[in-house]
Design a protein around this ligand. Structure first.
Ligand code: TXE
Length: 494
């Protein structure tokens, strides 16, 4: 990474952003705009269109028309592949520009953003482009006088509602398989991180995606997101975000056309450290990175640290040392480890969780407060709270900030019981040199992803998805494709 190139890009003014509907950039139908505040300094960076219900309806109409027209849905797979491969190339070619724009919008440290945003988005789009002409239908094992064929058809119009923590990465997790299978998509980025994703959508058209196959509408979730959710013309909704919004989406589906709804809703993931872990120093550093990178705004963040009692104090000290060594600050400096919290609302919520944790008996080991206030930006010191009991708010509710709650345990059974004591089930980890114990943890901890002797970093070959109130369905890997196809049976009398 070259600091001077980053500095040059951050000095560029950011133009006002419009919707992308039917291949054209259009303002909101009533001319409304939303101020986009950069979390780096709290200043207005630019504006986006504040979409109206009519804007969203126009986008859905365009997506439906493109789907029925067959310009994409009926294209030969090899032709779709070519466009998606080109799109991945364009994302890569513009990676630094996209990453810097995204960081100015959402505050993620540039080192992580470059890899996790354009880097991961390009890899994801390429993965599904490469896969799409290797996915076959089936011939059923029927009696000889009939032929049973199972076709995989695109579902039609997909509505994709995206959060602010990794807009390009999570956007690509939905767009890659949806477009690869021939669907049209209406994208709704988050109010507080839409710019890089909107730019990425433009690149899809530049790569040759026909107008209308991908539309993107910015604005308030409760306006344009609700219209998307309630539409009679959207066949599948895919979402990453909060549980509250996830519930609403299910309600919208029930009140409209019973569209399929796939939710990824975050978690309260347990990171379980046994005294026999192969390398406790390494475990402490990875545990710190696993909660504090991107200011803890990671759905799979290891936000609950469960430590075997005999090593509790030493391990907490090692994690605190690692946390204090992480440089928090300007996310566009390449030597920054932790950037800005996405918004003032999120920062205030994080600090509220710390107050509640101490009121409920927790002790702050390090952090616990806002820092760098003089910059005008939203920065928080990595925070560790010990003495967090099983039912404490910090053990039960997702903070989505740089706040780690610590709880000791005495036995394997207690570790499993604590790990499974929330409504969530997205990710987790166990650190141990004992193979049998590791497998027992994999089987017994209720999660979608279980790490052993590491935390995070699973690539696109494996699914990520939650159980319990962490959601349903998976992103990533070939399994994600199931969300974007209908199975159609052809039963033929011979
Ligand atoms: O999420 P929302 P917010 C969690 C995390 C965080 C909390 C709140 O705990 O603190 O959610 O974040 C759109 N109809 N996660 O408020 O509201 C919205 O415009 C349709 C976990 O940002 O769920 C945005 O595009 N759409 C997480 C998207 O939903 C609506 C990632 C997510 O916003 C809508 C983000 C509505 N009525 C937050 N209301 C993860 N799992 O990684 C909002 N939206």
């Amino acid at each position: 990474m070259d600091q001077s190139k980053i500095d040059a890009l951050r000095a560029l003014p950011v133009p006002a952003f419009h919707h992308l509907i039917d291949g054209k950039h259009v303002p909101a139908s009533d001319g409304g705009t939303l101020d986009i505040i950069s979390p780096i300094d709290g200043q207005v960076l630019t504006t986006t269109a504040a979409g109206t219900a009519a804007d969203m309806e126009a986008a859905i109409t365009s997506a439906r028309a493109a789907f029925e027209d067959g310009c994409w849905s009926s294209q030969a797979p090899a032709a779709r592949k070519k466009v998606l491969m080109k799109w991945a190339d364009l994302i890569e070619a513009n990676a630094l520009e996209l990453a810097v724009l995204g960081v100015r919008d959402n505050g993620t440290e540039i080192g992580m953003a470059l890899k996790a945003e354009p880097g991961s988005a390009a890899a994801t789009i390429r993965y599904y482009a490469e896969a799409l002409d290797k996915i076959y239908g089936e011939i059923a094992p029927t009696a000889g006088d009939v032929l049973g064929l199972i076709h995989k058809e695109p579902v039609g119009v997909v509505g994709a509602i995206i959060p602010w923590n990794f807009p390009m990465m999570i956007g690509a997790w939905k767009l890659g398989p949806a477009l690869a299978m021939g669907n049209s998509v209406v994208l709704k980025p988050s109010e507080t991180a839409s710019l890089s994703l909107m730019r990425m959508a433009d690149l899809a058209l530049e790569a040759g995606l026909p107008p209308g196959v991908l539309n993107a509408v910015t604005g308030e979730g409760r306006v344009v997101g609700e219209t998307l959710g309630l539409s009679m013309d959207v066949d599948v909704l895919v979402f990453t975000g909060s549980g509250g919004t996830g519930r609403r989406l299910m309600d919208y589906a029930a009140r409209s056309n019973m569209k399929r709804v796939y939710l990824e809703l975050g978690g309260k993931s347990p990171n379980i450290v046994f005294a026999d872990a192969p390398n406790l120093d390494e475990a402490a550093k990875v545990a710190a990175a696993g909660i504090f990178r991107n200011s803890g705004q990671v759905c799979v963040a290891g936000s609950r640290l469960l430590i075997e009692a005999p090593i509790h104090d030493d391990f907490v000290a090692a994690v605190a040392k690692a946390a204090e060594a992480m440089r928090v600050g300007d996310p566009l400096r390449i030597d920054t480890h932790i950037g800005a919290v996405n918004s003032e609302v999120q920062l205030t919520a994080n600090l509220g969780f710390v107050d509640t944790a101490t009121a409920e008996g927790g002790q702050i080991v390090t952090g616990g407060h806002r820092i760098l206030q003089e910059t005008g930006g939203y920065y928080m010191a990595p925070t560790i709270v010990t003495g967090v009991t099983r039912d404490a708010t910090l053990a039960q509710k997702e903070v989505f900030g740089p706040v780690l709650g610590v709880t000791p345990f005495a036995t394997d059974d207690e570790a499993i019981s604590l790990a499974n004591s929330t409504v969530y089930g997205l990710a987790g980890a166990a650190w141990t040199a004992n193979l049998s114990r590791a497998h027992r943890m994999i089987k017994s901890v209720r999660t979608g992803v279980m790490h052993i002797n590491t935390y995070g970093g699973a690539d696109g070959t494996v699914p990520v998805g939650g159980v319990g109130q962490s959601g349903n369905g998976s992103d990533k890997s070939l399994h994600a494709i199931e969300k974007y196809v209908n199975l159609k049976t052809a039963w033929i009398k011979l």
